[in-house]
Design a protein around this ligand. Sequence first.
Ligand code: SAH
Ligand code: SF4
Length: 353
Amino acid sequence: MEIGLSRKELVNILKDESEDVLKSLIDQSYSVKLANVGESVYLRGLVEISNICRKNCLYCGIRSENRIQRYLLTEDEIIQQGEYALKQGYGSVVLQGGERCDSEFIDMIERVIIRLKGLSESVQDSVYNRPLGITLSLGEQSKETYQRWFEAGAHRYLLRIETSNPTLYSKIHPNNPLHSHTTRLKALNFLRECGYQVGSGVMIGLPYQTIEDLADDLIFLKDWGIDMCGMGPYIPHHKSPLYGLTIPEDNIRFTISLKMVALLRLLMPDINIAATTAMQTLHPYGRELAIKAGANVMMPNLTPSRAAKEYLLYEKKPTHIEDNKNDIFKNPDIKFGYHLWGDSPRFLSKNSK
Ligand code: SAH
Ligand code: SF4
């Protein structure tokens, strides 16, 4: 099934700049994708629920030190977007936001999950009377919080490791216990222990990052045994401390990101891999190309416009209107898995044994 690739082979492929190597890698990974997860691309409506964050990551536009208009969507606003997702046939939503660990926030998320789970009945024209799938991406939390949200009905969680290299991690985060690689790893383990399908990923083309780091990231994701992956290029934000540091050109970060997707598909044939917004930001057909390189999940942005302009993790991030400018939904080459959860086949087979 999976294709074994040594660290050295991964490094060589990532470093090789020839078109032929890129093309044959993508052809191979697309056929591995078809054979293992099929051609469907599953949809999760992305609702960016809040830009209030207790952290201060050195790459991020909504870091706590930045003076921006902070917002938290109301429970009703989130539910409305859930209803919209159901009507569109998206099957799932992702609730993403800055990291907050206070009890008011934790209670609110729990209530929202329960309400979202009850939605399918109230949407009259729902073809499939099935509740929404719920993915969370709300940062590091205690195991107890993760457990509460899981029991409320969330079943997938995205927590990027950002980089598998602890030294690099410490260069792109403030040096304090709130930003600890070890804690992030522990949180990933909690998520698995609670029963979630666990997604992780990295940023590609960070300052100080080497190609060897990226090969190690792929090996980390495989060895840890993720069920899902969301990864994409690092995109500088002018209000962040890393802005201005040397990074590879946009087109190089984009091509390396495509290769990372393709290589991960070869290493982990039956996981879910997202075609991320950051790929779309660097290339007008970024998501389409990621899908051709092995991705099988897409997250159309459903954040209400009053909030979307304040959720700028990085510059030029498309909002939901721009998001669909090239109308990927009309692309005859892409088959979307409407009304389905599209759970990670790896997770399902692991748990049926
Ligand atoms: N606060 C949560 C979820 C929101 S941030 C968390 O951090 O886990 C979601 C992801 O956005 C982060 O994991 C990071 O990988 C990505 N991100 C933040 N700033 C970015 C930037 N400048 N370029 C590319 N991705 C970025
Ligand atoms: Fe907060 Fe996530 Fe941005 Fe870090 S990456 S500052 S945790 S929103």
